[in-house]
Design a protein around this ligand. Structure first.
Ligand SMILES: *[C@@H]1O[C@H](CO)[C@@H](O)[C@H](O)[C@H]1NC(C)=O
Ligand SMILES: *[C@@H]1O[C@H](CO)[C@@H](O)[C@H](O)[C@H]1NC(C)=O
Ligand SMILES: *[C@@H]1O[C@H](CO)[C@@H](O)[C@H](O)[C@H]1NC(C)=O
Length: 559
């Protein structure tokens, strides 16, 4: 039997095509389409969207504390990394990351009542995935899924500028993606026009940057390592393929002391591949592989090729979190503009790096190649932070050039995040820099944000082999794999000595290891019609703490 109120409500529902959903609340929105994208029109109603819902974890503050406990050299728990749920141990990452039971119940019940099946993306269950047509997604989340084209690549993406969630799920749902973020991974690498004269004995670096030059400059050991459980992961995105024949040629020319058959293994995510036709050899992927296999002598290297189908940065972390023994170091030479990623999405991804760090994985990213400008146009009215360098749980690597002495490279991105506040480990180093800086660049950056890069390494005139030919490249893309190799070599020695790998690096870098870097005090990183930040003595936002000195780092890590 209808009560009159119910009858009236029924009439209303029939009368209005799109009833006002009073139970919905806007959850995330963005005002503008990020630069570089154009709007094509509404996404086809029948297109099935693969969506992911992130639930709030029950205790990320607890995990953050645990991360610092195992990563801070002065802590009694230093090096006692947390394990995955499968292991028999009292401290497991998933206890912190899993959602509260009432969150899981509320979210699952809501999906069930809408006849939507979800599957767990992560062992902790803080991510669920589901697939629904655009029409249903627009209705359920009061969204307007639209097709956008990324102009420079021609790639299309379906996004909405706003979405809502039921009010009853606020506090349970952290975010839904892909929705308001427009991630466009860029590989910060560019060619340097320069006549090639490969010189295997160029320990002086005068003929360009080669493994021999780096060994001499940073004191990197040349002997092969011994620990097969030690690994460096190299991530590959945007159809960048690592060519094995080019690696062989590279080793023959630049590391004749290593077996030229030394190679890497392949893992794939989101249908990633690694075709070997010479015409498909990627400059970025070859650089990253040649400066890990060719510098971290004997350390097993795994190339993780991520396909275009998914959400690259997320999917690779989910993949790593699901591995029983993830590589102890993962280097990524791709980045985005911080503001292109929503704060909720950026934060949840950053928390994945926190989880990996707690398990003993060192996450390294190139800081970016546009100085303080973020992208290559100079129209910025404030400095443009890169992503994920602002995340406090990873190490961001900037670039230097020259060897007598090294100077900050003008393209080396660095600055201050607008999303994350300054972490304790760098507070004193950054405050010294800011007092030296005075009023320079005042108003153009967020002085209370997490500052980056953390460290630097050579990034200009780096010699690589692509498609059978030698050439020179530049970018912080060079610096991150070089630094990753050094961490991989230190991990090998630590594991051989029965010690833990280094894991999350930053508390170590800014404390006992701070003096194990060569301080780079010249250079700057112009952008936005300014000179950017000047390098200075101590930490600076062009070269971080400086470039590595292997012997000093060995001592700093207790070898
Ligand atoms: C869910 O499916 C059942 C059975 O097919 C149907 O009766 C119900 O109306 C559906 N609910 C929604 C919200 O689509
Ligand atoms: C090769 O390196 C050696 C030693 O650094 C140097 O003397 C020589 O000039 C270099 N040759 C070329 C072609 O760069
Ligand atoms: C500056 O950084 C702080 C700390 O992360 C943040 O709370 C604030 O919103 C940022 N300011 C701007 C204008 O983005």
């Amino acid at each position: 039997m209808f009560t009159s109120a119910a009858f009236f409500a029924l009439l209303l529902t029939i009368t209005f095509a799109k009833p006002v959903r009073r139970d919905l609340a806007v959850h995330e929105s963005r005002e503008n389409i990020p630069s570089g994208f154009v709007k094509e029109g509404p996404a086809s109603r029948d297109t099935v969207l693969g969506l992911h819902v992130g639930l709030f974890s029950n205790d990320m503050n607890g995990l953050e504390k645990a991360l610092y406990d195992v990563s801070t050299p002065s802590s009694p728990l230093y090096g006692k990394h947390l394990s995955k749920a499968e292991a028999c141990t009292s401290i497991i990452v998933e206890e912190y990351v899993k959602p509260k039971e009432d969150s899981t119940t509320a979210v699952l019940d809501w999906f069930k009542s809408n006849n939507i099946t979800t599957t767990k993306d992560t062992p902790a269950g803080d991510w669920l995935s589901f697939s629904i047509p655009v029409s249903q997604a627009n209705e359920l989340f009061d969204a307007d899924f639209t097709t956008f084209t990324h102009q420079s690549t021609g790639k299309q993406a379906i996004r909405t500028l706003s979405y809502s969630i039921p009010q009853s799920l606020q506090g349970h749902i952290e975010l839904i993606r892909p929705t308001v973020s427009f991630p466009t991974p860029k590989a910060p690498v560019f060619q340097v026009p320069r006549p090639v004269h490969a010189n295997v004995s160029a320990a002086s670096c005068s003929g360009g940057i080669t493994p021999a030059c780096l060994q001499s400059l940073y004191g990197i050991p040349t002997t092969s390592t011994s620990q097969s459980s030690n690994k460096i992961g190299v991530s590959g995105f945007i159809d960048q393929y690592a060519n094995e024949a080019d690696l062989t040629t590279f080793l023959q020319q630049f590391r004749p002391d290593l077996p030229s058959s030394t190679t890497f293994t392949l893992e794939t995510v989101d249908g990633g591949t690694n075709p070997q036709d010479p015409s498909q050899a990627g400059t970025e992927a070859n650089l990253d592989i040649q400066y890990t296999v060719g510098v971290a002598s004997g350390v097993p290297v795994v190339f993780i090729s991520v396909g275009d189908g998914g959400d690259g940065f997320y999917d690779i972390t989910t993949y790593l979190l699901g591995m029983d023994s993830p590589p102890q170091v993962v280097t990524t030479s791709y980045g985005e503009t911080e503001s292109d990623v929503s704060i909720a999405e950026a934060n949840k991804l950053c928390n994945n790096y926190m989880q990996l760090g707690a398990q003993g994985v060192s996450i390294l990213f190139a800081s970016g190649d546009s100085g303080v400008g973020g992208s290559n146009d100079a129209s910025c009215s404030a400095f443009v932070p890169t992503f994920p360098s602002g995340c406090p749980y990873m190490a961001s690597v900037g670039a230097t050039t020259g060897t007598g002495p090294e100077t900050g490279a003008s393209f080396s991105s660095g600055g201050f995040s607008n999303y994350w506040g300054i972490p304790d480990y760098q507070a004193s180093a950054v405050s010294s820099y800011l007092s030296t800086l005075g009023s320079t660049d005042s108003g153009l950056f967020n002085a209370s944000g997490r500052a980056y890069p953390d460290v630097a390494a050579q990034g200009y005139d780096v010699e690589i082999i692509v498609g059978g030919s030698a050439g020179y490249v530049a970018g912080t893309s060079c610096s991150s794999p070089i630094f990753a190799s050094i961490i991989g070599l230190l991990n090998d020695e630590l594991i051989a000595a029965g010690k833990s790998p280094l894991g999350f690096l930053n508390p170590l870098l800014y404390s006992t290891a701070a003096s194990a870097f060569t301080d780079i005090t010249s250079g700057d990183n112009p952008g936005c019609n300014t000179n950017g930040f000047p390098a200075a003595s101590g930490w600076d936002p062009v070269t971080g703490l400086g470039t590595p000195n292997y012997a000093a780092l060995r001592t700093a890590v207790g070898l």
